[in-house]
Design a protein around this ligand. Structure first.
Ligand code: BES
Ligand code: ZN
Length: 614
């Protein structure tokens, strides 16, 4: 229970006059931010930051340019764990400020009293060493092992742990930054411009973006051009492999542009991070952040790049206004991702990836509470992270594929392109989308309108029965092999010649609950324990833990000690917990590995393992 008393002191946001001044559109109400952007809104942010690797803090000044509706006199920004040192206006005069009540997920609102015609508010502050958005890595946690490393992760509500700002995707700002780092270290940001000036690097983001897309990384980084508007950044020891693996990036951009309109961000670079990065990828504008676990050596896992790139349309250009609307970001992006994969790698590859995605969703739906199976999810009182399930991703994409099935691909493509064009650089709600869908697509296709229950798709649970069922002829061969295996065919007799990664993933997912002895024969034949493909290895390790196949132990521990990607950690620790004596083993490994994981992964695993700091 939250104490009631402080609530009395929380002034709710006032109703704005309409329209807002300076042609600011009304911002959607966001439960996960204390800001009142319809009273006072930040329009531009200037950052002056010093990165202190010893103290594991950023120190500096965040200066907001603000627009005010009527005579609103209080500017509210979100903070979480920030130490605020001073707040001044553009003339350098001190501004009164005070904190609202602290919420465990949302942090502490900072309320700033404005005087007269104040248009700029400068906040001197420093972040806490345990700021959740920042992971400070010791040199031994990097590939090179010599220099420390820092990266930030803003989505969903973590930017407020390193910058005091209106931390809601309903608000968009342009921004500039000047960042000072220790000498010899390279700093990059999710910006349209970067300029090195001695120890200081200057950045400009000239397009209005939501706060969760402001990102920074600093370490021993090298840059390699891979196309006319693409480069990769990575540690020197990884750059070669990364550049080769991502060689199809320009083709992916061109594919997406052809179907969905121009790429509007100038450059598209990819930063390959150290393995503790908690996500597969993060679509920071102009500079996707990616896990090194996609570097399989054969481009078999680059759909992740197609995904983060696709966010340049769905997510970064047209943004979910609140975290309830997350499916507008992720569902559309999974749909676009798969279209890109079909164009660049062929229909078969795309079909296999679709089948695997839908299979994962089906498995997840068996466990997920009904309320979490809804696209337009109710996140009141919850962390937006709770909404990060397969539902917004796969069910969201299936909804678009169902529409495509009804109206045909050309009509859906034209509709999506219009959606992106007409909402470019705007934040949108589910209701805005549904109105647009009805007006611009369904009203012109009466047979489609009567063929789909949109409300059931968006507000219902489970997967509607009209969801298209993808299929892949390349999986038929796998399913035949699996049948043979179940009937006793020896591993070496299985017809696996020429199989690609997705087929192996299908195979591993279809094995059911093999015994340790069976896993051993498979391992002898196919060397799964030595696989350099992180997806295959992860599936394999889960099977091994379940069967108590101990030949994987060293590989398992090495994997858990180096990789921090939550998607892999969750199922492996889950399997450990379910095994006899597994809990003790899981705890022993976690105790060693936990300090290497990012706060995002720690939070999930702490809850799973019942970890308490002591
Ligand atoms: N934007 C997400 C990552 C994210 C979502 C971070 C919500 C924090 C909160 C990113 O685009 C994403 O979906 N990444 C996926 C990979 C993708 C191929 C499905 C991931 O990291 O697993
Ligand atoms: Zn995504």
């Amino acid at each position: 229970m939250r104490p009631l008393l402080p609530l009395l002191f929380v002034a709710a946001c006032q109703t704005p006059p309409s329209p807002m001044p300076n042609h600011l559109p009304t911002a959607a109400a966001d439960l996960h931010s204390a800001a009142c952007p319809n009273e006072v809104r930040s329009t531009h942010l200037d950052l002056r930051l010093v990165l202190d690797f010893d103290a594991q803090r950023v120190t500096g000044t965040a200066t907001h340019t603000i627009a005010r509706a009527f005579d609103a006199a209080v500017f509210v920004v979100d903070t979480h764990g920030l130490e605020i040192q001073a707040v001044r206006d553009e003339a350098g005069n001190w501004l009164p400020h005070w904190f609202g009540p602290k919420d465990e997920h949302l942090g502490t609102p900072l309320r700033i009293g404005l005087r007269g015609a104040t248009t700029k508010v400068a906040i001197d502050y420093r972040s806490a060493p345990d700021a959740e958005a920042m992971q400070w890595l010791h040199p031994e946690q990097t590939n090179g092992g010599k220099a420390p490393f820092l990266f930030t992760q803003g989505q969903a509500i973590l930017t407020r742990t390193w910058i005091p700002l209106q931390d809601t995707p309903a608000v968009r700002i342009t921004w500039t930054a000047e960042v000072a780092a220790p000498s010899g270290m390279v700093t990059v940001m999710s910006a349209t411009e970067r300029q090195q000036d001695g120890a200081v690097v200057r950045f400009v983001m000239d397009k209005p973006v939501p706060s969760y897309l402001i990102a920074l990384a600093c370490g021993d980084l090298e840059r390699r051009e891979i196309g006319p508007r693409c480069a990769v950044w990575a540690e020197p020891s990884t750059i070669e492999l990364a550049a080769k693996e991502l060689g199809d990036t320009e083709a992916m951009i061109a594919a997406c542009e052809r179907e969905f309109g121009p790429y509007r961000w100038g450059r598209y670079d990819v930063l390959v991070l150290p393995p503790s990065f908690p996500f597969g990828g993060m679509e920071n504008p102009c500079l996707t952040f990616a896990t090194p676990t996609i570097l399989a050596g054969d481009r078999s896992l680059v759909s992740l790049i197609a995904h983060e790139l696709a966010h340049s349309w769905s997510g970064n250009l047209v943004t979910n206004a609140t975290w309830r609307d997350f499916w507008l970001n992720e569902g559309f992006t999974v749909y676009l991702e798969n279209r890109i994969m079909a164009t660049v790698f062929g229909d078969e590859r795309a079909a296999m990836e679709q089948v695997l995605g839908m299979q994962e969703l089906a498995d997840e739906l068996k466990e997920l509470p009904a309320a979490d199976q809804v696209l337009h999810i109710d996140l009141a009182g919850r962390n937006p992270d709770d909404g990060m399930t397969g539902v917004p991703y796969q069910k969201g994409a299936a909804f678009l594929r169902r529409l495509e099935q009804l109206v045909g691909r050309p009509a859906l493509d034209a509709f999506l392109q219009a959606w992106f064009d007409q909402h470019a650089f705007q934040s949108v709600t589910t209701d805005t989308f549904l109105a647009f869908l009805d007006r611009e697509l369904l009203s012109q296709h009466p047979e489609a309108r009567s063929g789909i229950d949109v409300d059931r798709w968006v507000r219902g649970t489970g997967l509607p029965s009209d969801a298209p069922v993808p299929d892949s002829s390349l999986f038929t061969a796998v399913d035949t092999a699996l049948q043979g295996w179940r009937q006793g065919t020896a591993a070496k007799e299985l017809p696996t010649g020429g199989w690609v990664t997705q087929q192996w993933l299908r195979f591993l997912a279809g094995l059911g609950t093999p015994t340790a002895a069976q896993l051993q024969t498979l391992d002898q034949q196919f060397a799964f324990t030595r696989s350099g493909n992180s997806e295959i290895l992860c599936s394999w390790l889960v099977l091994a833990v379940r069967a108590d196949y101990r030949a994987v132990d060293r590989r398992l521990e090495l994997f858990l000690m180096t990789v921090g990607r939550r998607k892999f950690l969750k199922p492996i620790y889950d399997a450990l917990l379910a095994a006899p004596d597994g809990k003790a083993r899981a705890m022993a490994i976690y105790q060693k590995a936990r300090p290497r994981y990012h706060a995002v992964s720690q939070r999930t695993l702490d809850a799973m393992l019942g970890w308490t700091k002591s």
